[in-house]
Design a protein around this ligand. Structure first.
Ligand code: SF4
Length: 345
């Protein structure tokens, strides 16, 4: 499914004079991680594979690598995220092999409904094809904009489940390429523009604005459930790229100013069963936005995002998707670094 650029990784490790490394992998790349470990060991590098499942570049195992005496961390599956890392870290994004053009070609009549000026976004799996898609759409007469985004992301046009800054371009509508609903719903809510998602695997095209409205209605139901809550647990994450302590303090202050009690809770893996024994009426997750939005059905207490607390307290009127924003700068360098270990399709 994916090709790991083993020789390039070995070259990077040799440049770092690394003798022991930790490999961290998402669920879908476990076999590739094992093959890479085998290859590196044959080349004289001691390897430890992390058995913890990883969900994003926001959770690098650099602390664990340091604790284990490793000289470097190899983070498989996700692109570079600017964080203060304790050991040199090689990010190896996984790019899908599937050609996305046929699915776009099949749905050109739907794409035309977006308007003439299109914003183009995707997840890291298809990012290496974005320029090809742009040229293809330009040949069909569209003006195509690919947003720069902020410093949290590596590539122009890339969206994360917590960052849609590349979608905020001066376009008539946004075309998302990729599978799954979470990212394009986020794009639709954060841009308020017509958003079409084309799935390169199924070939389907789905308009996301109705899906987004449906999700917003569900979120309002969560907010309504929290109306009578007096005691709030404000949950922050100890994962490096999800830690939003200043924002959590701001939420605590707002809740207290509105006669609610609030207490900070720090967790690594945020899940309701671990919170079950606490006496809180509701929770606010100031970490990965996917936790309260994707997982709320598994919580027996209402669970909100920070912008939803503002809605609850009457400080905001329009629904806002929770995003984690990055700073500016250093992106060009990050892009180069990530491309140096690109997985070719
Ligand atoms: S915070 Fe959540 S959405 Fe953002 S990169 Fe991490 S896992 Fe993905």
């Amino acid at each position: 499914m994916h090709e790991i650029p083993m020789s390039e990784i070995l070259g990077e490790l040799r440049e770092l004079s690394a003798r022991r490394v930790l490999i961290q992998t998402p669920e879908g790349l476990k076999r590739e991680a094992q093959e890479l470990a085998d290859f590196l060991e044959k080349n004289g590098i001691e390897v430890i594979i992390s058995g913890d499942i990883n969900y994003g570049a926001c959770d690098p195992a650099d602390r664990e690598a340091k604790m284990l005496g490793c000289d470097a961390l190899i983070h498989l599956g996700h692109s570079y995220m600017r964080l203060h890392l304790e050991v040199p870290t090689i990010f190896v994004p996984a790019f899908a092999r599937i050609d996305v053009i046929p699915a776009i070609e099949k749905n050109l009549s739907e794409v035309r409904k977006l308007g003439q000026k299109i914003g183009l976004v995707t997840t890291v799996q298809h990012i290496h094809q974005l320029e090809r898609v742009k040229s293809f759409l330009q040949e069909q007469g569209f003006t195509v904009l690919i947003g720069e985004g902020d410093g949290r992301i590596s590539f122009r046009g890339q969206v994360l489940g917590c960052n849609f800054t590349t979608a905020r371009v001066d376009a008539d509508g946004i075309l998302f390429i990729g599978a799954g609903y979470f990212h394009p719903i986020g794009v639709a809510i954060s841009t308020r523009k017509p958003t079409l998602a084309i799935n390169p695997y199924s070939g389907d095209a789905i308009w996301m604005n109705e899906e987004a409205e449906r999700m917003i209605r569900k979120r309002w139901a969560q907010i309504a459930k929290a109306y009578d809550a007096r005691k709030f647990g404000v949950v922050i994450s100890t994962k490096k790229g999800q830690l939003r302590i200043a924002e959590a303090r701001k939420i605590m202050k707002l809740l207290k100013e509105h006669d609610r009690k609030a207490m900070l809770i720090a967790m690594n893996y945020i899940n309701y069963p671990a919170l079950e024994g606490f006496d809180f009426d509701a929770y606010v997750v100031v970490a990965c936005p996917r936790v309260p939005i994707d997982d709320y059905e598994n919580w027996r207490k209402p669970v909100l995002t920070p912008p939803e607390v503002e809605l609850l307290l009457g400080l905001r009127e329009e629904y806002k998707f929770d995003e984690i924003l990055g700073g500016k700068g250093e992106k060009a360098k990050a892009e180069l670094k990530a491309y140096s270990i690109i997985i070719q399709s």
